[in-house]
Write a protein that binds this ligand. Sequence first.
Ligand code: PEP
Length: 249
Amino acid sequence: MRKHIVAGNWKMNNDLPQTELLITDLLKQNQTSDAEVMIAPTFTNLWQAFESLRQEPIEVIAQNMHFAENGAYTGEVSASMLKSIGIKTVILGHSERRAYYNETDESLAKKVDAALANDMRVIFCFGEELADRKAGNEEAVVEGQIKNALFHLGADAFKSIVLAYEPVWAIGTGETASPEQAQDMHAFIRKTLADKYGNDVADSVSILYGGSVKPANAKEIFSKPDVDGGLIGGAALKAEDFYAIVNAF
Ligand code: PEP
């Protein structure tokens, strides 16, 4: 059985008091599903969030990290720094990082290696742009992103990797991939993994969908056989909405 996962990516939202308030609200919600729940606050609030949720079934995860252990990389944070405050999972390759901070498949491969070398779990994000889909290139683009950043890894590494398919045209736009579009791509991703690593690995990796998931559409998207959860942006900033999605399994 693959794990169901719902992870909230708070992006650059919520200062410290707002983070504490949202966590208080999250703790008032009732979980009825079997999903693993994660939230990714901004770096400055990770420690406080981790402390507040230490005894709770909500994992606090990071939105990004650098590939180096330490050194002259002003403004950056390393895997070992995250680990030293208890963070065990990191989101890598989000489309906003790729678009605004020039993250490439090559730099992401280094980040993945650094996270795994520090025994961290990775939520690896990828997805095509609207122009790719219009040109019918979405599968080739997604395949390239996965192969370039992950296919140097051995099969064992996939025990620590969660994939997140996030079509760029659906992120923060209100436009969602249809449940069928999500299923088709997730099945293609699983086949891509199976071709390289075999069915056992492919069947064990959780593949999340991200892109304007909301309470109104989560149930239908999560009902698809190859969709194992969601990476949630906007709707993760309201506790009731986030838990309506968590409970959509
Ligand atoms: C995201 O940024 O990962 C995301 C899916 O955002 P939203 O849910 O707001 O589209």
